[in-house]
Ligand binder design. Structure first.
Ligand SMILES: C[S@@+](CC[C@H](N)C(=O)[O-])C[C@H]1O[C@@H](n2cnc3c(N)ncnc32)[C@H](O)[C@@H]1O
Length: 280
């Protein structure tokens, strides 16, 4: 039984971070002629109505996309992501927030292939309806970790896997590292983007260490803190590991995340960090 529903969190700071980076990654893939493959293992519903009572329960979007909505000074690197959000809201008032599947759909070219998996049956039904008429887009009600085994390596040879777990079960970090290692054995040249929440320091150290000793190389780590709370300076933030990032993605992401971390800052320390956890 899956209790997590993304509508409660849609458009929050973590979504902005993740989707802004996702758009940059997909644009980089679209910069070459050959078609690419995109697998979204934890796809969600694809689009979120921020006027729904679930979204209003904690109004997390107010500390995320709402803070960017009226800004006139967005960095150019954020424009493709914001254009997609704006296109979902043609009346000029923020109501619909695009999830990762919709971002991929808007950036895909005719020959690119998109594969989406979502385990929650209700959310999957919404997703399936959203993408039903799209070409070269398939959605499956399937465990995302199983999808890595079933669909990799892809015929296209180049592409991106987004692993965006809801972290609603214990031991998700070891599960992710195990899945990444197995997927990398199947498809070593693929790009993998793995989103994670910043948790207590020991858990983050273990996660980083388990990737460092996995044998996988060319691992970029991107993190953003929007505030620190409590006596132990607990961090409110999130991160993304990108294995085999596109060329110069690190240089592009650094100023983008610096800007975002300031635009979304709450009380306490905020900032962003982009470093090579494992170099080439
Ligand atoms: C963080 S949300 C995804 C948000 C989406 N990627 C986006 O950015 O718009 C995580 C989703 O994963 C789904 N989920 C949880 N465990 C899963 C699993 N093992 N396989 C596939 N989906 C899963 C949840 O139902 C939830 O919709």
């Amino acid at each position: 039984m899956l209790s997590y529903r993304h509508l409660f969190h849609a458009g929050n700071f973590a979504d902005v971070f993740k989707h802004a980076l996702l758009a940059r990654l997909l644009l980089a893939f679209g910069g070459k002629d050959k078609p690419y493959f995109y697998l979204d293992t934890h796809a969600g519903t694809g689009r979120y109505d921020l006027s729904h009572e679930w979204a209003w329960k904690k109004r997390e979007f107010e500390n995320g996309i709402s803070k960017l909505w009226d800004r006139k000074d967005l960095p150019a690197a954020l424009a493709p992501y914001m254009d997609i959000v704006k296109a979902e809201n043609p009346k000029g008032r923020l109501r619909y927030y695009p999830g990762s599947p919709l971002i991929a759909l808007r950036l895909k070219r005719p020959g690119d292939r998109v594969l989406l998996t979502e385990l929650n049956k209700t959310d999957f039904a919404t997703l399936e309806t959203l993408v039903a008429r799209e070409h070269h887009v398939a959605a499956h009600c399937l465990d995302g970790y199983q999808a890595l085994k079933s669909f990799l390596p892809p015929a296209e040879k180049r592409g991106l896997v987004l692993l965006d777990s809801s972290f609603d079960r214990p031991r998700e970090f070891p599960r992710i590292v195990k899945a990444l290692k197995e997927a990398h054995l199947r498809w070593a040249t693929g790009t993998y983007a793995i989103w994670y929440p910043l948790m207590e320091r020991a858990a983050m150290r273990d996660f980083a260490w388990s990737i460092e000793k996995s044998g996988i190389r060319k691992v970029l780590r991107l993190e953003m803190i929007i505030g620190t709370v409590g006596e132990d300076n607990f961090m409110r933030g999130c991160g993304m590991i990108v294995v085999n990032p596109p060329w110069k993605f690190d240089a592009e992401a650094r100023p983008l995340l610096d800007w975002l971390s300031q635009a979304l800052a709450l009380e306490g320390r905020s900032g962003a960090k982009v470093d090579w956890l494992v170099p080439e």
